[in-house]
Design a binder for this molecule. Structure first.
Ligand code: 13P
Length: 272
């Protein structure tokens, strides 16, 4: 059975004390979860990474940062490099979120350098792609996403990395028009269509095995009502959640829902 990935991007939210209470609560709520087939992750702001590292030290909940420069060091005021993040022992690094593209003009060529830097430092890059409402309106969403993936992964060799393939690199499909307060979630059918385009693109770039093992997550107005129907799609391996997971109990509710529906059910069957 394939692993399921459930994570939350906190964006510019949560102080150190808010992080403390969220993570203590979350750990408590998830005490009954067996993490063998479910990967839960949180992506706090940089300022909360130290406390996150301390609280999650003895836990299987993964964590990462929201952005990273590709250089090791240099005159780049306000930026954070891979060695600086290594201190916090992060598992993953979110790259290319649409808010970074929109407000800070991040582009796929820079993201390509960031992915290579992440792999060099053994961080799992969580690469975000997705069309804006304009591409959707013009009917070029699929071409747009293919272009993003091919550019971001240009020259990224995955074949010779000695690691579990599903721990090398993750992709999040996040249509820009679906994200945030004003966003509307994409339908499960639409998500499946785009996820299979991403899968095919990975197949062409690498091979069947790699393409099947790279988890493809969906993000954009995921909540307790739509989580299961989205995750029920063939090519959806996980969910990347914003607002609906910013309270530990609502994130935990989604995790439990998913766990009971897709994981516990399977393990009960396997034991029969
Ligand atoms: P929302 O779930 O709040 O739409 O945000 C999704 C997101 O941006 C995850 O990275």
């Amino acid at each position: 059975m394939k692993d399921i990935y459930l994570g939350t991007n906190w964006k510019m939210h949560k102080t150190i004390s808010e992080t403390k209470s969220y993570l203590h609560d979350l750990k408590n709520y998830l005490k009954d979860i067996n993490f063998d087939n479910i990967k839960v992750f949180v992506i706090p702001p940089y300022t909360a990474l130290d406390i996150t590292k301390t609280i999650l030290k003895d836990s299987r909940i993964l964590y990462g940062a929201q952005n990273m420069h590709w250089m090791d060091e240099g005159e780049y005021t306000g930026e954070i490099s891979p060695p600086l993040l290594k201190d916090f022992e992060i598992d993953l690094i979110e790259l290319g979120h649409s808010e970074r593209r929109r407000y800070y003009n991040e582009n796929d060529i820079e993201l390509n350098k960031k992915v290579k830097a992440a792999l060099k430092y053994n961080f799992i890059p969580l690469i975000c792609v997705g069309e804006r409402k304009e591409e959707k309106k013009y009917g070029v969403s699929q071409e747009f996403i293919k272009l993003q993936i091919k550019t971001i992964l240009n020259g990224v060799k995955l074949n010779d990395i000695e690691k579990e393939l599903n721990d090398i690199l993750w992709i999040a499909y996040e249509p820009v028009w679906a994200i945030g307060e004003k966003g509307k979630p994409a339908t499960p059918e639409y998500i499946e269509e785009i996820h299979s385009v991403i899968r095919q693109t990975l197949k062409k770039l690498y091979n069947d095995e790699i393409s099947n093992k790279i988890p493809i997550l969906y993000g954009g107005s995921v909540n307790q009502e739509n989580a299961l129907s989205i995750l029920n799609q063939n090519n959806v391996d996980g969910l990347f959640i914003g607002r609906a997971a910013w309270k530990a109990n609502s994130f935990s509710n989604i995790i439990h829902q998913v766990y009971e529906t897709f994981i516990n059910k399977n393990s009960q069957k396997a034991n029969q």
